[in-house]
Design a protein around this ligand. Structure first.
Ligand code: ASP
Length: 347
């Protein structure tokens, strides 16, 4: 139960004078800097965050977003993205879209140019094509290698795998199996690919912005869970889970295991918590507690995944919270963004 004081504080926060501020997941140092540059030049908050995350979507070295993102179990990259624009209270999203490097731009066009909010799969791709987007192979040499290593890491009950040497192959010399299979890859890439195979990663960028007029917007974009079943959609394109913006209150977004976020409608729950007077930190921790509760607070089961939330209130107060230890990115006006520690629920 909130005290009258807490509600009054929240109301005061809603009326406080804000300034330019951008926050994001920890992979957003350049995205936040780009978004801030645009805010400082007077651009719209949604244009700013989308331009910021486009840099990460187009970066082949970020293997959790856009071009170079790790593919599904069939080796096809499927991307999810959502946007929300506070001032017009509109939203757009795409899910399981293939062959387009910047799904956040497509989500924004779904918002601006259709009477719908969400397009998926082939329909989303056809819409992107109609809007003039170029189709491209989103696999890079590195992400293809990681996928092939993953396929070779799978074993049946006898320890066999169709993607390794046949039983009739000459007995290998004493070299590492992977080195033999991928002679051109360097050691560092092979070690990374093996880690990706045995611990399928998640990864995403969420970016939220506020300007001095108090306008807010947000975007979330991802290649989702590596090696997923084709068609799997995570939380990122789900309005209310991976992203939520309410111009009267604040914005929230998430990265990490999407399945757990969808079950608590994380971003929407956080914004509702802030509406009822909680600070961004308490609002986020409350939702993490609901996730932990879904696992009966069993630390051994919770240890198998992580999830983070980012919250930005209309007065500029912000927080990053995570189930386990983590960091998030902040830019409150400068050319450089910085990383801050998340407040963690579990240690
Ligand atoms: N939340 C994303 C998903 O589940 C992945 C991530 O953020 O790591 O698709």
């Amino acid at each position: 139960m909130l005290t009258t004081g807490a509600v009054a504080a929240a109301r005061a926060a809603q009326n406080a004078a804000p300034k330019n501020i951008v926050i994001s997941s920890a992979n957003g140092l350049i995205a936040c800097a780009r978004a801030m540059q645009m805010l400082n030049a007077g651009h719209d908050t949604l244009d700013a965050v989308v331009a910021g995350v486009n840099m990460v979507e187009e970066d082949p070295n970020d293997t959790s977003v856009g071009y170079g993102g790790l593919p599904n179990e069939e080796g096809v990259v499927e991307l999810d993205a959502s946007v929300m624009h506070g001032p017009t209270r509109r939203a757009g999203s795409v899910a399981s879209i293939r062959n387009i490097k910047t799904p956040s731009k497509v989500a924004k066009l779904v918002m601006e140019q259709t009477d719908h909010i969400m397009l998926v799969g082939d329909g989303a791709l056809r819409f992107a094509r109609a809007c003039g987007f170029k189709e491209e192979d989103l696999l890079t040499v590195k992400s293809r290698l990681a996928w092939l290593v993953w396929k070779r890491s799978l074993r049946d009950a006898s320890g066999n795998n169709n993607w390794t040497d046949g039983l009739d192959a000459p007995v290998p010399k004493k070299t590492s199996g992977l080195r033999r299979l991928f002679p051109d890859a360097d050691d560092e890439t092979l070690a990374w690919a093996w880690q990706m195979a045995v611990r399928p990663p998640t990864g995403t960028i969420n970016c939220l912005a506020l300007n001095p007029k108090g306008e807010m917007s947000g975007v979330t974009t991802t290649s989702g869970l590596a090696w997923k079943i084709p068609g799997r959609v995570g939380d990122s394109p789900i309005i209310g889970a991976g992203l939520y913006v309410d111009q009267d209150v604040g914005a929230a977004g998430s990265t990490g295991r999407g399945e757990e976020n969808i079950r608590v409608a994380g971003a929407h729950s956080i914004v509702e918590n802030m509406r009822h007077g909680m600070s961004p930190t308490d609002a986020g921790l409350d939702v993490l507690k609901r996730i932990a509760r879904n696992f009966d607070n069993d630390r051994e089961r919770l240890r198998k995944f992580d999830i983070k939330f980012y919250a930005l209130r209309k007065d500029g107060a912000y927080a990053g919270v995570s189930l386990w230890k983590g960091r998030f990115c902040v830019n409150d006006g400068g050319a450089q963004s910085r990383l801050e520690d998340c407040v963690t629920l579990l240690t």
